[in-house]
Design a protein around this ligand. Structure first.
Ligand SMILES: [Fe+2]
Ligand SMILES: [Fe+2]
Length: 257
């Protein structure tokens, strides 16, 4: 089984990169399951029904989220009907939406979940290790995959080592910068951050001039989403479903230069 995971989709440029490249990526890499982080897909913050439906037309199996899950208020009304959307297990309001999704592949079950980190994060979340322990107790599956949405590489690496015998994939998101530390730890394909799908010439998907004005000149900014040529970032994890273990992890990046 091959899982394609794509990091945070930021605004219209990120969505265009998905629309343009996903079909070919699936065919070229013989992908079985596609998981995409959509927490920034609606103009940089959150997701809407319209954008969710667009992802579904691209045959994405699971949309994971992050600290911006509920940035668009309308999601509170629609999230419970979004069968493919998985929100962080440890972020309020915990009763809205689903915190995991079970997929069936090669006669085995894969549980896909989404967990927020605590270190350097602006929203207070339950301890991610307690959340994962609870999930493992309550949701039985042959394999587990975690989108770990956090700022600190240390927290992601500790999490990956701690659950490397239970998970076939633990992939970091949120920083929007792809790291070069992909590797197999025990049975698990791991990378600290998958990177983003968004405007390449930007600051994490936001307009460079605006963020520069804020940081250098302390000017107010709207954090406009950047436009221009796009980057698409993620990983492909190959899993031996007989052994319920990852055998390889490969970085994917499509960028203009
Ligand atoms: Fe993000
Ligand atoms: Fe985030």
């Amino acid at each position: 089984m091959k899982i394609l995971f794509l990091g945070d989709v930021v605004g219209s440029v990120g969505r265009l990169m998905i629309n343009t490249h996903l079909k070919e990526l699936i065919e070229k890499n013989q992908i079985d399951i596609v998981i995409v982080n959509g927490e920034n897909s609606a103009h940089g913050k959150g997701i809407t029904s319209r954008i969710y439906n667009g992802f579904m037309e691209n045959k994405i199996d699971v949309i994971t989220m992050g600290n911006h899950t509920f940035s668009k208020g309308e999601l509170l009304m629609s999230i419970d009907s979004m069968d493919a959307l998985v929100r962080p297990i440890n972020m309020e309001p915990v009763h809205k939406g689903q915190n995991h999704k079970i997929l069936n592949i090669n006669g085995k079950t894969l549980c896909v979940t989404n967990i927020c980190g605590q270190i350097f994060m602006d929203k207070t979340c339950e301890n991610p290790f307690d959340s994962m322990d609870n999930l493992l107790d309550q949701v039985k599956a042959d394999m587990y995959f975690v989108d770990f949405h956090g700022e600190a590489t240390s927290e992601k690496i500790v999490f990956a080592n701690h659950y490397s015998d239970r998970c076939v994939g633990i992939v970091g998101t949120h920083t929007h910068v792809q790291t070069a530390d992909e590797r197999i730890i025990n049975k698990c394909g791991f990378i600290s951050d998958a990177g983003m799908c968004g405007a390449y010439d930007s600051v994490l998907g936001r307009d460079t001039k605006e963020v520069t004005d804020l940081m250098v000149h302390c000017l107010r900014t709207k954090y406009t989403v950047a436009v221009g040529e796009g980057v698409l970032s993620g990983v492909v994890i190959e899993v031996d479903t007989d052994k319920c273990a990852a055998t390889s992890i490969k970085r994917i990046q499509i960028r203009p230069y």
